[in-house]
Design a protein around this ligand. Structure first.
Ligand SMILES: [Mg+2]
Length: 257
């Protein structure tokens, strides 16, 4: 007899970097170093200022590329991405058979939602062995379609997570009710933006849950243990959970209230 109830989710949005593979690969550090090299070699900033500038542009504009273009530097997005990702040690990303079987067993719409460019996203997914596991990839090019036709660097601001406009584009592509869409990301600012739009949120790869995260998934390979609801509730577990939630509500209610 089947005791499963319907899943509360119609669509799952997965961030890619540091979410589907661990930050321990160190790829983010290499990427940061490459960005600093770009600032020195392509934009002419002094070596000793590169690190502070990268951090400042990220804080103010959401990314180095966004900041440089907003400041009037005519940086071609494809050139930038091939410079900062071109020499990354992709071999550090290993095929993840367990994650593949978890993701393949999810029947809902599954979408990659990353700020990275399409070439990087495909390479990372290929390394993980997940290139055929998703219905769609929302990436830099999806979020910034006008950038590639623009003649003026400041004509279209670069759109990236966690901006609300970027989040809305993702929801549009997902085509699902935000309250029935689960968004997984390792970045707490992205999680906050998702929550502000009414998404269900899971902070990944961290050990402490933030307020805006509905779930904490310390390791993506435990996704099935931490959020079994994705696959639908098991009737017995569902009832037990509902009962324990009701009990804790009752405990929190002062006597005579
Ligand atoms: Mg990430």
């Amino acid at each position: 007899m089947e005791f499963r109830c319907k899943s509360p989710f119609d669509c799952i949005l997965f961030d890619l970097d540091d979410t589907l593979y661990s930050s321990k690969t160190g790829l983010a550090q290499v990427c940061k170093r490459n960005i600093e090299d770009f600032l020195v070699e392509k934009c002419g900033f002094p070596v000793e200022k590169a690190s502070d500038l990268r951090i400042e542009l990220f804080r103010t504009y959401g990314s180095t590329l966004a900041g440089l273009r907003a400041l009037g530097y005519d940086i071609d997005a494809d050139d930038y991405h091939s410079f900062v990702h071109g020499t990354m040690p992709y071999e550090r990303i290993k095929p993840d058979v367990k994650l593949r079987s978890i993701i393949q067993s999810i029947m809902q719409r599954k979408i990659i939602f990353t700020n990275s460019d399409r070439i990087h996203a495909r390479r990372a997914l290929q390394r993980l062995g997940l290139e055929d596991c998703f219905d769609d990839i929302i990436c830099f090019e999806t979020l910034n379609p006008n950038l590639f036709q623009s003649n003026r660097p400041d004509e279209f601001p670069v759109l990236l997570k966690p901006s609300m406009d970027a989040m809305k584009i993702a929801l549009d592509v997902a085509g699902s009710d935000p309250t029935r869409t689960l968004f997984l990301d390792d970045n707490d600012r992205n999680i906050s933006a998702g929550k502000a739009l009414g998404l269900r949120t899971a902070l990944v790869g961290k050990s402490v849950k933030t307020m805006e995260a509905d779930y904490l998934v310390e390791s993506i390979s435990n996704l099935d243990k931490v959020i079994p609801e994705i696959w639908g509730y098991e009737e017995e577990g569902f009832i037990a959970r509902a009962r324990s939630e009701m009990e804790s509500m009752l405990e929190a209610t002062p006597v005579g209230a």
